[in-house]
Design a protein around this ligand. Structure first.
Ligand code: URA
Ligand code: SF4
Length: 211
């Protein structure tokens, strides 16, 4: 993939970035998806949350984390004592990747490839520059892969307070906390309470590293 780099504007304010991202053709995902779902939240946010990619409902609404995963995330943030309105939320990949169900009616989430995550990363790095958060929370493996590399093992390092690799630290040096994705909590079924508790614990730890 050519990547998003050539679509980036010179400025680093979120509305300008979001407008430019609507024209992005840095990988093939813009073709089948509906809208570009850029990050959202105040530019003064001290916490920046990174998900994987928009889901079906986010693709329709044009906003991150408004579907079932967003509902779970809202609940986890509330339990962690973090004001949802004070955080900036975004995704590693800005377009929805999906397969069609057999009857063609439903769009089923498909994990973005490493190449797509890398292609879309310039937008995420530009958001880091624009927001300059004190802490970045990677929700799940795709977000961790975007910022910490393909060799990063979520299960070994979840909840630890980490730093970005040197190459991404030029425009700020936020703490980084990696945790499970809210969708993983939804999928946990019998272990859902435990999964939610650990997500909440990691969000608390992330918030504590802003003080
Ligand atoms: N899952 C994500 O990772 N991001 C969203 O915006 C919605 C669901
Ligand atoms: Fe551009 Fe990212 Fe969309 Fe690919 S997924 S077209 S890189 S905005």
């Amino acid at each position: 993939y050519p990547g998003a780099e050539e679509y980036l504007p010179d400025t680093r304010d979120v509305p300008a970035l979001a407008a430019a991202a609507r024209t992005c053709r840095g990988c093939d995902l813009y073709k089948a998806a509906g809208r570009t779902v850029f990050g959202a939240g105040p530019e003064s946010a001290r916490i920046l949350l990174v998900g994987e990619q928009p889901g079906d409902q986010e693709d329709r609404a044009g906003e991150p984390f408004v579907g079932p995963a967003g509902y779970l995330l809202d609940k986890a943030l509330e339990q962690a004592g973090i004001d949802r309105e004070s955080v900036y939320t975004t995704n590693a990949v800005k377009h929805f990747r999906f397969d069609r169900s057999a009857n063609g009616r439903r769009r089923i989430h498909k994990r973005p490839s490493g190449g797509q995550i890398a292609a879309c990363r310039p937008w995420l790095l530009a958001e880091l520059e624009a927001i300059r958060p004190e802490v970045v929370v990677c929700l799940g493996a795709s977000a961790a892969q975007a910022l910490l590399g393909t060799g990063f093992k979520l299960t070994e390092h979840r909840g630890e307070v980490l730093r970005l690799p040197d190459e991404f630290r030029e425009n700020g040096d936020p703490a980084v906390v990696v945790t499970i994705h809210p969708s993983a909590v939804l999928r946990a079924r019998s272990g859902r309470d435990d999964a939610l508790r650990s997500l909440v614990g990691d969000l608390r730890r992330a918030a504590a590293s802003t003080r």
